[in-house]
Design a protein around this ligand. Structure first.
Ligand SMILES: Cc1cc2nc3c(=O)[nH]c(=O)nc-3n(C[C@H](O)[C@H](O)[C@H](O)COP(=O)(O)O)c2cc1C
Length: 239
């Protein structure tokens, strides 16, 4: 199986250790691609809307975005890990997610995303672990992913890994290792089940695209939906 990991910081701190604990049961058997932000990520989105309106290849950061996108689409399991920075994900993670606005369902979602499984790991000192996870989950669910497991942690007193009491470290890593061990038993040749909420979002956008196509049959997103057969009977979760 293939796993693509995106870590919202380059620091080998708590985020890194928790991510490592989750990956441990997969090491040796899975093919793992890791991206550390900001070094492996794109720069900031300038809002040129070339990706949404015309072609993502026109983006100034196209080479980097396409490399990450290929890794995301090829993977059976996505792992995104982030610390909380001022109650949200890091600017580097947000910058990366912004580049995939054109993959949100109201635009041109990738059909491969609908059957994928994802894990989000966040942690903070005292608050913001859940809002950080939501920052990431918003994108993943609007990309079409239904199966998203979220692990959030509050450290409460100490944020330097080696100074965190061993019992607390073991509790956190043990939870992640146990989850990973159970996720290792999943049959990744079968796509994950698409949730009703994802299907409802899809059907709302389908109505929107039908109406937009009547006004402008050359509209980029409409042509994409039409070419995929989604305005007729085809559905991304059945492909
Ligand atoms: C810029 C910045 C902002 C932060 N904001 C928050 C916050 O809003 N809430 C919180 O509980 N911790 C906050 N923290 C603490 C980090 O979430 C915490 O130290 C975390 O363990 C860092 O993860 P790391 O070791 O992977 O870098 C912040 C840290 C930094 C550097």
């Amino acid at each position: 199986m293939k796993i693509t990991v995106i870590v919202a910081t380059e620091k080998h701190g708590v985020t890194y250790r928790l991510k490592e604990a989750f990956l441990e049961p997969f090491r040796g058997s899975a093919e793992i691609s890791e991206f550390y932000l900001p070094k492996d990520g794109p720069g900031f989105c300038t809002g040129c809307i070339a990706c949404i309106g015309k072609d993502p290849a026109l983006c100034k950061d196209a080479a980097c975005v396409q490399k990450i996108e290929k890794a995301l689409l090829d993977a059976d399991l996505l792992v995104l890990a982030s610390p909380a920075y001022v109650f949200h994900t890091t600017g580097a993670m947000k910058a990366m997610l912004d580049h995939f606005a054109y993959r949100w369902m109201p635009h041109r979602p990738a059909k491969e995303m609908f059957g994928k499984r994802a894990v989000i790991i966040t942690q903070c000192l005292g608050g913001g672990d859940s809002s950080t996870a939501k920052d990431i989950k918003d994108s993943l669910s609007w990309w079409g992913i239904s199966s998203i497991r979220v692990f959030t942690f509050k450290l409460m007193s100490e944020v330097v890994w080696d100074r965190i009491p061993e019992s607390k470290r073991e509790k956190m890593t043990g939870k992640l290792k146990a989850a990973a061990a159970s996720m290792k038993r999943v049959d990744y040749s079968r796509p994950a089940h698409s949730k009703l909420s994802v299907k409802l979002k899809f059907h709302a956008v389908r109505m929107l695209q039908t109406s937009l196509g009547k006004k402008d049959p050359e509209y980029t997103d409409y042509k994409y939906w039409k070419a995929n057969g989604w305005l007729e009977n085809k559905r991304p979760w059945k492909q």
